[in-house]
Every structure is written in C-alpha cells, then in structure tokens.
Ligand binder design. Structure first.
Ligand SMILES: *Cc1c(COP(=O)(O)O)cnc(C)c1O
Length: 442
C-alpha cells in the first residue's frame, strides 16, 4: 500500500475530471427557452409557469402545484397553507438548512426541534413524540441529503396526534420511500429548485398538495395575480392584495428551464444514482466508512443525491478526527468536507433573538417562558455530535467508472492507513458544521 499523499506519497486521483462535476447541466433547449422568454418580454407572465407546475404536480401524482421564486417562499406558503399561526408549534429536525422551518417564526409560531437518527440523519420518530405538546400543529419532515425519512413511523405519529405533515424535499427530488415518491406522503411538500439542487432550474421553488384549502391559502398569501382562482368564500372576500404582503411568483426564465428539466431529469437522476451507488459499493466494508443511503431491497432511493454525506465511524479508526480524515482525502485529490448543516437548535435566532421587537424572544411565540423552554438547552445528543460523524463526498454527475474508482481508492487508502495519521491528529475542540452549505467545487 502506497504512502498517503498528505505524508508525501502519490495522489490517488490523477485522471482529468472534465465535466464530471459540472452543475447544472444546461442544454440547448433550456438556452433557447430562456432567450425566447427574454425576447418576448414574458419574464413576469405566468403562462409557462402554470404549465410547469402542473407537469411537476403530475409527475408526483398530486393535484396542485404552485411555483415560487425560491424554495424558502414555497415553504413559507406551505406553512401558511396548513394554517400555522400565532402560538402554534411545529416540530422540525435540528439538522437541516434554516429555510426548512425558520419562516414559521414570521407566522407567529414556534419551532420545537427534535433529534435525528445517526444513520439516516433524518428526524428520529421516537424523539418526535417526546416533543409534542397541546400546541403542536405540524411535523416538518426533511428528506435530508437525499435520504428518505422514515415516513411510515412519522405518518403514524401524525395520525395518532392529528398533526399536519409538511415535507421539505429540497434535497431529494425524485427519491422514493418504499416505492412512493417523497413529497407525496404528507399534507403538503415544498422543494427548492435553486441551481445547486439536483432538480436545478435557477432560483425557484415549488409547493405541491392534494389539499384545495392549502393550495388556496398559499395563493392568497403570496400570489395576488391568481386571486381570481380562489373559491373559498372566506378567502375570496378579501382577495386582491396578498395577505402575507409577499410576492412569490416564479420568474419565467426559471419555469421555462423547469419545463426542459422535467424532460431530462429522470435520465440525469438515473446516471447519478448509478455513479453514486457504484462509489459506495466500492467502499463496502472499509473500516470507519459507511454509506448514507437506504438499505438495499427496500425500494427506497436517494433521488438526485443532493448534498449526500458519508457516515464516519471514528471508533473503528482509533478515534481519528474527521478533520484529519478529510484533510487526508483532500490531499489524495478527491473532494471531501467536514460535517453537515449545523444544529439549528443552538442558533440564537431560535433562542434569544427578538426579531420583531415584541419584548421576548421570537421563538417563544408569546407562550409563557416556562412552557416555551429554550431550544439550546433541549436534549438533542445526536444533533449535537453529528458533525464529528459525517463528511461530504464527491457528487458524480456521470457514470465514469475509472474516475469513480480513483475517488473511492482515495477514501479507502486514507481509511486503511489511518494509523499513519494518528500522530499528526490535533483533534479540534469542537467540530462545527455550517449554517448554509456554500457552493463547493465538487
Ligand atoms: C435549499 C434549501 C431550502 C431553500 O431553498 P431556496 O431555493 O434556496 O430558497 C430549503 N430547505 C432545504 C433543506 C434546502 O436545502
């Protein structure tokens, strides 16, 4: 076995990577479509957008799609659509991007965090029930980094406690849970479609639901130009201006890209899925390393593998820190980064910040302090330690065996030679994640 590159040995990754990691993949039809929107001055229209959202909803076998200018706004509309308001509580996993649940604060409601399962990094159903109070209205599910959450258990809890379920599918477009598309289990789902995501159309987001009431409430909230579609008399009576005061319309340069993306996404997803599974298959059984993907034979899939992580088991490598492991993989010429999204329950905005000058922390939602304990003192042990047990891995866009084999060899080489890394391991005091995952090269 050759010497590790970080200690002066040869690098594992030597082949030119070409467009292996380029994203998004833009084709001629997308370019032509955007130019056409520009030349006809159709940027602020909704004709293409309406076709796009209907096709997106059809893909999911769901009645209504409502396109938005961002994933963040699609999620905001979804919570408003479910009727989340003053003094309500929403249960969200702590390990996710802030846009999953932060908008709940602007509705006067409160986020209560639950822990994640260390193997799926999705919300732990057993922990959800502990967080339910008389104020709980909804569970906010995230299919984190492509991994389908445990929907059987979550839907069972929701049914028993009569809670609404929102699914954030920003990481898992096209992913299956036991053969069924994620985003079709709960009452409503929201997707980010921004350029970094696996279903990438530029800035954009979409909300899908079978519930006419949620759909109409979302329209009344941030889509004033569609108020004429509203049939609910209570909403109709005050139509004309958006109740939320927001304008959430999708830009048609994005929706025209979306129309083309719908055509090519299944093939792209299939190629990525094949490439990523090949990478993990090559690393099967390597100490310290575990794949973050659904078990085989469950008919669950990762969709487009956005943000995908590897699970790290330092106890199998005599406690080698994830930082040292990642540095060594980087030196081999592969791509890797430490951790994942930081635990939201530790952020001041969910604990002490008075966003709206109400005289109390916004996430207290006007509830007496003893009934609205601070989230950073809650017991979420997995969320607090998960950064030491995950790392980012390369996101292959093409099934090119020779390149994938070199990257897998880099991870294997580092894990199998871990003893050489122990002397230089300074073990940082605290392994931190990131509030937002900024664009990285691979
Ligand atoms: C990206 C993302 C969002 C927000 O989407 P934008 O399109 O960036 O507004 C929401 N939730 C998760 C989990 C995300 O990763």
């Amino acid at each position: 076995m050759s010497k590790l590159a970080i200690l002066g040995g040869p690098r594992s990754v030597t082949l030119p990577q070409a467009d292996m990691f380029n994203w998004p993949i833009v084709n001629k039809a997308m370019e032509d479509g955007v130019l056409d929107v520009l030349r006809t001055g159709n940027m602020s229209g909704t004709d293409i957008t309406k076709k796009f959202e209907q096709k997106f909803a059809d893909w999911h076998g769901v009645k209504y799609g409502l396109a938005h200018n961002t994933g963040t706004s699609a999620i905001h509309s979804a919570f408003y659509g479910m009727g989340i308001g003053k003094g309500d509580e929403v249960i969200s996993p702590s390990i996710t991007y802030w846009a999953t649940c932060l908008c709940v604060l602007s509705l006067g409601a409160r986020v209560v965090f639950c822990d994640v399962n260390p193997d799926t990094i999705c919300m732990d159903p057993e922990d959800i029930e502990k967080r339910i109070t008389k104020r709980t209205k909804a569970i906010c599910v995230v299919h984190y980094m492509g991994m389908p959450a445990d929907m059987d258990a979550i839907m069972d809890i929701a049914k028993r406690h009569k809670l609404k379920v929102f699914e954030d599918v920003s990481h898992a477009h096209g992913g299956l849970y036991k053969g069924q598309l994620v985003g079709t289990f709960g009452d409503v789902a929201g997707f980010s479609l921004m350029s970094g995501k696996s279903f990438a159309i530029g800035e954009g987001g979409i909300m899908i639901t079978n519930d006419r009431d949620i759909y109409e409430r979302a329209i009344i909230f941030g889509h004033y130009e569609r108020h004429c579609k509203v049939t609910n008399p209570d909403l109709k009576a005050a139509a004309g201006v958006p109740w939320g005061g927001y304008k959430y319309r999708m830009h048609q340069m994005s929706s025209v890209v979306g129309m083309e993306q719908l055509k090519k996404y299944p093939a792209e997803m299939q190629e990525i899925d094949k490439a990523m599974n090949y990478f993990w298959d090559l690393l099967e059984g390597v100490p310290g390393i575990r794949a973050h993907r659904p078990a085989k034979g469950t008919n669950s899939t990762m969709g487009g593998w956005y943000g995908f992580r590897g699970l790290y088991r330092p106890e199998e490598l005599e406690g080698l820190s994830v930082e040292r492991f990642v540095d060594a993989v980087l030196a081999e010429g592969s791509s890797c980064c430490v951790g994942c999204n930081s635990a939201l329950h530790q952020h001041p905005v969910f604990n002490t910040v008075d966003v709206y000058n109400e005289g109390y922390p916004t996430n207290q939602a006007g509830i007496p302090a003893e009934e609205a304990p601070r989230q950073d003192q809650a017991d979420l042990p997995v969320s607090d330690m998960i950064q030491t047990r995950v790392y980012g891995i390369p996101w292959f866009k093409h099934f090119r065996k020779d390149i994938i084999e070199e990257h897998a060899a880099a991870f294997r080489k580092v894990a199998e030679n871990y003893k050489d890394l122990l002397p230089g391991d300074t073990k940082p005091e605290k392994t931190s994640g990131q509030w937002g995952l900024t664009a990285r090269k691979n």
